[in-house]
Design a protein around this ligand. Structure first.
Ligand SMILES: Nc1ncnc2c1ncn2[C@@H]1O[C@H](COP(=O)(O)OP(=O)(O)OP(=O)(O)O)[C@@H](O)[C@H]1O
Length: 235
């Protein structure tokens, strides 16, 4: 469980999150929506200690993130937009293996996780390819595989579909469905709800650094009309 308690965050004098509180239970599929600049990325970066709040605190599974950032990063996996600079190894397989290696896992377990994660993003059999020869969308999928291989309790994906073609998008969505069905919490940051509206258990929309909408997607559909968020039509 992720507990955000009264978090305020500013960049200089600019307050981007103003006293935000929320709880994300284990296994929840949460969509975090909102306009460009509404504070979505800033909020999720607090979930595993990549940012520290000016005020308030974040707890993961009951432990303040500041007390045990390593535990928070193991429990909450994150994939960001434009992961271009986020790679640590030259080849696909070595990069995806990096996280599990740091967990100190045995080689067969690491190999198993890497194979499973690459299959999950439609890159099975491409372990030995060089990352610098991949397309942008393929790199994005390697970054997602890297997070999958950690098998985190919550997986946060920041605008995961922007650079993906249709088959890749479908493959990632299918993997997210599987993870969710298996009990992993999935948090998708987006301002385009088309792929996730019917999948999510809960939708939170930020506006000006505050939670403007919070509820089951079908129940809050009407409340979203005033926000610059792309909502799919009713079925
Ligand atoms: N490192 C930083 N330094 C200064 N200002 C920042 C920094 N990161 C974000 N901001 C500002 O904080 C505000 C919120 O940014 P954030 O990235 O959290 O929004 P977002 O909702 O994720 O936006 P987007 O949909 O465009 O990704 C924006 O006005 C942005 O310019």
């Amino acid at each position: 469980m992720i507990s955000v308690r009264g978090v305020t965050h500013g960049y200089g004098d600019d307050v981007v999150l103003a006293d935000v509180s929320l709880t994300v239970p284990d296994g929840e599929f949460l969509v975090l929506a909102g306009a460009n600049g509404s504070g979505k990325t800033t909020l999720v970066r607090h979930f595993n200690g990549l940012l520290a709040p000016d005020e308030g605190e974040v707890l993961v599974d009951g432990t303040p993130v500041a007390d045990d950032p390593v535990a928070a990063r193991t429990a909450v996996g994150m994939v960001f937009q434009e992961p271009r600079d986020a790679f640590v190894a030259a080849t696909v397989g070595a990069d995806v293996a990096f996280g599990p290696e740091n967990l100190g896992l045995a080689r067969p377990e690491i190999d198993d996780r890497v194979g499973d994660a690459l299959a999950g993003v439609g890159l099975a059999g491409r372990r030995d390819e060089r990352i610098d020869r991949l397309s942008g969308g393929e790199r994005e999928r390697v970054a997602i595989a890297g997070a999958l291989a950690m098998r985190p309790g919550h997986l946060v994906l920041d605008e995961p579909f922007t650079g993906l073609d249709e088959p890749a998008r479908r493959s990632v969505l299918a993997r997210l469905d599987e993870l969710h069905a298996g009990g992993t919490g999935v948090i998708v940051v987006t301002h385009d709800l088309r792929d996730v509206f019917d999948r999510a258990d809960r939708l939170i929309a930020l506006s000006d650094g505050r939670i403007a909408v919070d509820g089951a997607p079908a129940a809050v559909r009407e409340e979203l009309t005033d926000l610059p968020i792309r909502v799919p039509g009713p079925r």
